[in-house]
Design a binder for this molecule. Structure first.
Ligand SMILES: [Zn+2]
Length: 346
């Protein structure tokens, strides 16, 4: 088969699209004929190399994909050939104390397809059946292949971890980005009042289209000042932060007394200075969140398949142009998911 792959870490020029041995599904795995696969920022970190992660080379990147089942392992009874499926990339051991307690995303051996082990940006992928979600036939391949990672992440952040309630005020940072645009849609669905930040008029217009009650251009004003103005110095109940160092203290300063900040990532760096006084005096909660449980994935993707939530697709490229797709993400050209499809599908 043809697969996106790299044999060493580095810039986009390490990415190749070429021959790779056909995957053989293990007893608990399903062979998927990939139709569309989305990129995430994680693909860029993985390509550059992450501390503590030693990949088997050549590595196939990619955590999001959708396609058609062509073969199932001996122990698989949830799927059969011809089914449409989407990949959910979080893998847990099933037997540690956290897995046994119903918290697979806290598994001591938790890992992500495409980040720690070979991923799904290829013509075919052998994926554990537990990591597949059924997709109704009417759903477009671009939608099916681009929703899973960002929507499960945003759903767990807001619904499970922050326990967002109708009427609460939420600030979504980077609301046109992958997790941001999912969080904005989910917060509106829950019935929250949503404030959104973005860096251009086009992105702010998009956030308003998705239902943001107020939008803030963070290139033109400090978003914590804007939040104080909008809320009459009260602040918001929840901040969704996936940006990290560049926003952390302003995020804390945007919170009302007793507010919660929920984080799933740090694209601008993981080591911000923190104003501890603000945390204890205002009795703030700092909440971490990673990926989603199978139940959370089912809940949120059902709403995507029904059309309640929509992943925005920026562009679709042939897999042979995956290096270009990485560049679009890392150079922040436009916004929305970048999708790649096997050249043989185009
Ligand atoms: Zn476990």
């Amino acid at each position: 088969m043809q697969a996106v792959q790299f044999s060493e870490h580095g810039d986009t020029d390490v990415i190749e699209y070429g021959e790779f041995p056909d995957p053989e599904p293990a007893d608990d795995e399903v062979l998927v004929d990939v139709k569309a696969a989305a990129l995430n920022h994680l693909d860029i970190w993985t390509r550059r190399g992450l501390p503590g992660i030693d990949l088997e080379m050549p590595h196939i990147p990619g955590s999001d994909a959708a396609g058609v089942v062509t073969e199932v392992g001996a122990d698989v009874d949830r799927f059969e050939a011809g089914d449409h499926v989407a990949v959910s990339a979080g893998v847990s051991c099933g037997s540690c104390e956290f897995c046994r307690d119903g918290e697979p995303t806290m598994c001591v051996d938790f890992h992500i397809l495409g980040e720690h082990v070979r991923g799904v940006h290829a013509e075919q992928a052998a994926v554990p059946a537990d990591n597949l979600v059924p997709v109704p036939d009417h759903v477009d391949w671009e939608v099916a292949g681009s929703a899973s990672l960002v929507f499960q992440t945003a759903w767990r952040m807001l619904v499970t971890r922050a326990d967002l309630q109708p009427g609460e005020k939420v600030l979504v940072l980077g609301a046109s980005g992958g997790v941001g645009h999912a969080a904005l849609q989910i917060a509106k669905y829950v019935g929250a009042e949503v404030y959104a930040t973005a860096s251009s008029e086009e992105k702010l217009d998009y956030a308003e289209e998705l239902g943001a009650d107020e939008v803030i251009n963070y290139e033109q004003e400090d978003f914590d000042d804007a939040i104080r103005d909008i809320t009459g110095y009260r602040g918001v109940d929840v901040v969704v932060d996936h940006i990290g160092a560049a926003t952390w203290n302003k995020s804390l300063a945007s919170l009302a007394k007793g507010g919660r900040i929920v984080t799933c990532g740090a694209t601008t760096g993981p080591n911000p200075e923190t104003d501890v006084n603000r945390i204890f005096w205002n009795q703030l909660e700092v909440i971490g969140s990673t990926m989603g449980t199978p139940g959370e994935v089912d809940d949120v993707l059902e709403l995507v398949w029904e059309g309640e939530f929509e992943p925005r697709v920026r562009d679709t490229l042939p897999m042979s142009e995956t290096a270009r797709a990485h560049e679009m993400l890392q150079e922040r050209e436009g916004f929305g998911k970048v999708v790649v499809r096997p050249d043989s599908e185009l």
